[in-house]
Design a protein around this ligand. Structure first.
Ligand code: ZN
Length: 483
């Protein structure tokens, strides 16, 4: 990390903090003036909204203390107030998943190179103005960053300090923009809509979660089958909020009333923090696009590395992250050591995506964090991913009705042959996608028993692609190289 860059970042941060402080001051005055009007407006609205207002008001102290980047912990506390017992249930769910992860340590599939979990993403871009209608290119860059960081392919992992290198974790998650909508129609995985917050002064905010409302924002696609991401302006009023997400819930012993509404599951990111090198960025420390990596960590069940509560007392529940007393306020301070660990005393792991360190210093999840996310995907989000086993170059095989499926030659230049042999007739769809998850070519082949399909790839640019072959229930997936 270039020292001058860090200095300029910190300087920028200081002026940013001052600006936020001023903004918050004006905001408090505005809120005071708006209070009466707001309550009158709210008398015809559900009680929840009134509670929301009171909660927002009581939380201002917290928000006025500085630059705030993620409200995931706060929205859990708010849900706990709305549905008493919610937080305890989240904790119980985490404990159950952790027990499963611990029991399978050593034999786990997390690091098995041949099993990939394909996770379809739908991005709801809900705009209020023009610049928050972010371009597709930012969305593609975000998918690329997510795949890079979750799979530990980030080149900046060489910056991970030696003490933490043995702890670096990796998942085989393949995030891709959904290619079909819930009705089975072709889709780009991107939805654009003009939002209509009920009270425009408050815009979209974490506590009413109104960007997911079908009228005010955009309703989710089924949250058990798609990872819904909403991109919107979370700072219509200046809170400095970059995102929030709910952890997975669904342990079998939960009371029905304790569940968060499944329609709320997903990730919400402020438009200024979405994608890599976002032109609307409010702090250079978030340029690498890791706000979404952090929020996806919450979505898969991770807590903040400093555990949000009392210094060095509350733990994040992960044993291979050092104890940490507070968040690393956009710093890259490698000398920071806020708590004394039992046994070996490690410094604070500012490299971790679940800290609030400068995103240029973040470069890892730990092995145990990866385990927790892996088991949460399997146990509490069981319908989200399609799991495929990738065999070596040239031949792909699966365990259902396929006698053989061969894709050759690989690399290929003009024609790719899809050699299909099944034990009974199937309707098959193949899709070629690029590294950003964009659909390049798709076709359905009906009533196939034995067939060699010729796919013309002469018009595609050279590079790495993936081909998915599906019978509607199962998927095989293979990397192909176009020369
Ligand atoms: Zn967070």
């Amino acid at each position: 990390m270039d020292e001058n860059f860090i200095k300029s970042t910190l300087k920028k941060k200081a002026s940013e903090a001052q600006r936020k402080k001023n903004d918050t001051f004006y905001f408090l005055i505005l809120l005071y003036l708006m209070k009466s009007l707001f309550l009158i407006l709210n008398t015809k609205r559900p009680m929840k909204k009134i509670f929301l207002f009171l909660f927002l008001f009581s939380s201002l102290e917290q928000f006025s203390q500085g630059f705030k980047i993620c409200a995931s912990y706060e929205v859990i506390k708010e849900q706990d107030r709305l549905h008493p017992g919610y937080k305890a249930m989240v904790d119980a769910s985490f404990t159950a998943v952790k027990a499963m992860a611990d029991a399978n340590r050593g034999s786990r599939a997390v690091n098995a190179a041949d099993t990939i979990y394909h996770i379809p993403i739908v991005v709801h871009v809900v705009r209020l103005a023009t610049e928050d209608n972010i371009p597709d290119s930012l969305i593609y860059s975000q998918i690329e960053v997510l795949n890079r960081d979750f799979n530990h392919r980030n080149e900046d992992s060489i910056q991970t300090r030696n003490a933490f290198k043995p702890l670096m974790g990796r998942l085989n998650f393949d995030f891709f923009l959904a290619t079909t909508d819930p009705l089975g129609n072709p889709s780009t995985g991107i939805i654009r809509k003009l939002g209509a917050p009920a009270i425009s002064f408050f815009g979209f905010n974490a506590f009413s979660d109104n960007v997911k409302d079908p009228v005010e924002g955009d309703a989710p696609w089924p949250t058990d089958k798609y990872l819904n991401v909403w991109v919107c302006n979370l700072n219509t009023i200046p809170l400095g909020l970059l995102g929030y997400a709910y952890p997975p819930t669904g342990a079998a012993n939960w009371d029905a009333g304790s569940y968060i509404d499944s329609a709320q599951q997903g990730v919400v990111i402020d438009y200024t923090a979405f994608g890599r090198n976002n032109p609307y960025i409010i702090d250079p420390g978030i340029a690498p696009g890791r706000t979404a990596v952090h929020e996806f960590g919450h979505y898969f069940g991770l807590r903040h590395i400093w555990a949000d509560e009392a210094a060095c007392v509350e733990d994040d529940g992960i044993s291979d992250t050092p104890a940490q007393g507070d968040q690393t306020n956009f710093d890259c301070d490698t000398s920071k050591n806020s708590c004394t660990d039992i046994g070996t005393d490690y410094p604070d792991m500012i490299e971790n995506y679940m800290d609030y360190s400068n995103e240029f210093c973040q470069n890892m999840f730990t092995k145990e964090q990866a385990d927790i996310m892996f088991y949460n995907l399997q146990m509490l989000r069981p319908n989200l991913a399609q799991k495929t086993v990738v065999y070596g170059v040239g031949i792909t095989k699966s365990d259902f009705d396929f006698i053989s499926v061969s894709i050759y030659p690989n690399p290929a230049k003009e024609i790719l042959y899809l050699d299909l042999n099944f034990s009974k007739e199937k309707n098959i769809q193949f899709t070629i996608i690029d590294q950003l998850g964009r659909q390049i070519k798709t076709q359905t082949i009906n009533q196939v028993l034995n067939k060699i399909e010729k796919i013309d790839i002469s018009g595609m640019s050279s590079g790495i692609y993936f081909i998915n072959v599906s019978d509607g229930n199962h998927l095989i997936h293979q990397k192909i190289i176009k020369n």
